[in-house]
Design a protein around this ligand. Structure first.
Ligand SMILES: C[S@@+](CC[C@H](N)C(=O)[O-])C[C@H]1O[C@@H](n2cnc3c(N)ncnc32)[C@H](O)[C@@H]1O
Length: 369
């Protein structure tokens, strides 16, 4: 069996920072390849960490992506950035010379990071926040720092891939829980060199300076239900997307530490503004229908590929929800519905949310002219 692309060095940029509920790269690569000769614009209105955007880059196609999570946008932008390791490191060295004005002093931060490491993280954080212009270098540095911000402790601290005390990579555990866990298990924050950790991550990405088609400025922090992000879109679209599964709305809360690094608060905030509504199936279907309608209005022709599933804790039928949203938007023809079969291509999205059964996740293909 071929090894999944998630572990392939030639695709390491896609793994610059993990993201909760990302879909495997094999899925967008497979469907976009079928349309490559039509030279379409690739669109993902729920782009997450930018897996679809990255697949488009690999296939030499232009792409657009939006997401309401600033963490998703920061990571997705890196999928269209291009710079040498040395240029990204030079920017990091420059930013590390500043004195930060904001150092969090909660129990969590004191136990999560050694004091020198936290100081450097805050230098980078503020330096990146205050840059007057975004560049490929700053985009890549931000995404790499987000990727190193938390993860498992290394046995050998000189080889550490993360800045933090023991934490998951894909989401940040809550502050109180983390502090309790570290105390109970006698775990201490590692003394890591921020620059060395970043360099190790960047040097693993052999394609960092490769040519990108399109611009990271096409990745926007925007609500896919509104008309604004579609304004500059026109032509033949291939949309490959995965909306939040019904009931899954804590994308920013689960990434609260990465959100802090981007300028957010130093604790978890529970508002879920701008996420699709999950208060009822009708609201969810209506929100999805708005997204499909915006896309259809802007496209000369469109193929829509959607991966949608269910999360174990919430009762829903992904097939019924998707079909109802296409009907409400109108003008769509559902071409196929298949079980998502990604056993050889990395973890299915539903697996990352808890126990799931194989019938939980589907790939839909619809067209509109
Ligand atoms: C299942 S994830 C997408 C994962 C993506 N396919 C990847 O590989 O990383 C769904 C995404 O939809 C985003 N989202 C939720 N409501 C949104 C909205 N109204 N507009 C745009 N994005 C939204 C979430 O923030 C989340 O990143």
């Amino acid at each position: 069996m071929r090894s999944p692309l998630a572990y392939n060095r030639d695709y390491a940029l896609n793994a610059i920072c993990p993201y909760f509920t990302m879909f495997p790269l094999e899925y967008p690569l497979r469907v976009i390849k079928k349309h490559s000769s039509e030279n379409p614009v690739i669109v993902d209105p729920f782009c997450g960490r930018g897996t679809t955007i990255y697949a488009a880059r690999k296939l030499g196609l232009r792409s657009y992506g939006f997401d309401t999570s600033p963490i998703a946008v920061a990571i997705a932008k890196a999928k269209l950035a291009s710079a040498s390791v040395e240029r990204v490191i030079a920017l990091a060295e420059h930013l590390l010379q500043r004195q930060p004005s904001d150092l969090p002093d909660t129990e969590f931060f004191k136990a999560a990071y050694s004091s020198d490491t936290l100081l450097d993280i805050c230098r980078l954080r503020e330096g990146l926040m205050l840059l007057p212009d975004e560049s490929d270098e700053s985009t890549l540095l931000r995404a790499a720092a987000l990727g190193c911000l938390h993860g498992p402790l290394a046995n050998d601290v000189s080889l550490s891939g993360y800045f933090s005390n023991q934490m998951p990579r894909t989401f940040a555990s809550k502050p109180d829980y983390s502090v309790r866990y570290w105390k109970q298990n006698g775990l201490e924050a590692p003394h890591v060199q921020v620059l060395a950790v970043l360099r190790r991550k960047l040097e693993r990405i052999s394609e960092l300076g490769s040519t990108a088609v399109g611009s990271f400025r096409r990745i926007m922090c925007a609500d896919a239900r509104t008309a604004a992000p579609y304004r500059n879109l026109t032509g033949r679209f291939v949309v490959v997307t995965s909306p939040p599964y019904y009931g899954m709305r804590t994308y920013v809360q689960d990434q609260w530490l990465r959100n802090w690094f981007l300028g957010g608060p130093a604790q978890v905030h529970y508002e879920t503004d701008m996420q699709l509504r999950h208060s009822s199936h009708e609201c969810f279907v209506h929100d999805l229908a708005r997204v499909w309608s915006h896309l259809r209005k802007r496209a000369e022709a469109i193929d829509l590929y959607v991966r949608l599933g269910t999360i174990p804790s919430v009762k829903s039928d992904a097939r019924a929800l998707l079909k109802a949203s296409l009907d409400e938007s109108s003008g769509w023809r559902l071409v196929s519905t298949r079980r998502a079969d990604t056993a050889s291509a990395g973890k299915r999205q539903a697996d990352q949310m808890g126990k799931s059964t194989p019938e939980d996740e589907f790939d839909f293909h619809a067209v509109a002219n």
